[in-house]
Design a protein around this ligand. Sequence first.
Ligand code: PLP
Length: 370
Amino acid sequence: MIPVNQPLLDGNEKKYLNECIDTGWISSEGPFIKQFEETFAARVNRKYGIAVCNGSAALDIAVAALRLGPGDEVILPSFTIISCAAAIVRMGATPVVIDSDPVTWNMDVSLLEKKITPKTKAIMPVHIYGLPVNMEPLMKLAKKHGLKIIEDAAEMHGQTFKGLPCGSFGDISAFSFYPNKHITTGEGGMLVTDDEELAERCRSLRNLCFQPKRRFVHEELGWNMRMTNLQAALGIAQLERLSLFVEKKRKMGKFYTELLKNVEGIELPLSKTEYSENIYWVYGLVIKDSVRFDAQEAMAKLSEKGIGTRPFFWPMHEQPVFHKMQLFLNEKYPVAERLARRGFYIPSGLALTEDQMQEVVQAVKDIFAR
Ligand SMILES: *Cc1c(COP(=O)(O)O)cnc(C)c1O
């Protein structure tokens, strides 16, 4: 079986992990945490980094840190991971979703303004699968209407929008270090911001809102969402090779595109837009409407041939859990719905070899052959 993702851990990972074990620093008190936060934040031109236990937790903290709550609306794409909408809902705020662009798969920024109401407090752009959201018009709208930006850059390590790093656009921006991201800490996440007060609030929320003076007296509820020194050790080793990883992913993306471009029945990821070059977090395929089978069936066929795949996101407006909360009832977003039904991704991990990619391509060609 060719797995859909396998990370590359052949740099200084072992060395730094051994340091944790040799020195006994394995909790969130260890010295690698601060080093990772500082190096990572600098990498995306931000003043502060706050390391957390995963990317979903980063979003939870971001929404809480901005004090969004009941009566507040936050606009985000329907086509994203549950973590984004969950963070909003858990704080009692209302998620408002918009459809995506059929070609970049990112939120269609031209649909944003229509959704802005007097209750709108923030926008949560989510960069999808390797290409960023069109941030320029989004930033303009946010400024015009006084809205905060929570940027979900979980899939965008090393990516830029018009030359500026993804993760440098939000009032607060979130990253994930899950093993399928460009750099991994096993589980892990990071918030970055330039706002000192917001950074301090994030640190407090991540650490149960313990107070510096009277530790066990709490003014507010936080969470234990701390990252461990072991995770940060991995993170530092991975970060050393981020540019290399991005280069490798781009090469892999180009390789797949070259070999798949003449296959009938599938749409391939865009290699670039006017503002960014794809970093292929994952290599997605969308099955054309003329093909009789959908993504689910294609994935089953590929699985029989030993190829691991994953479906695209299932839209937020079609989630049973949100319908039970009376959210998004009878809302329709045709692009997101189509991507969910006809989209899936093929093996795209950093440890994938060219031979494996050839094998994947052959299997894809076989199932789409007439
Ligand atoms: C991976 C991911 C997350 C969640 O990160 P975890 O570390 O898995 O919790 C959030 N948003 C997006 C867009 C992601 O791809």
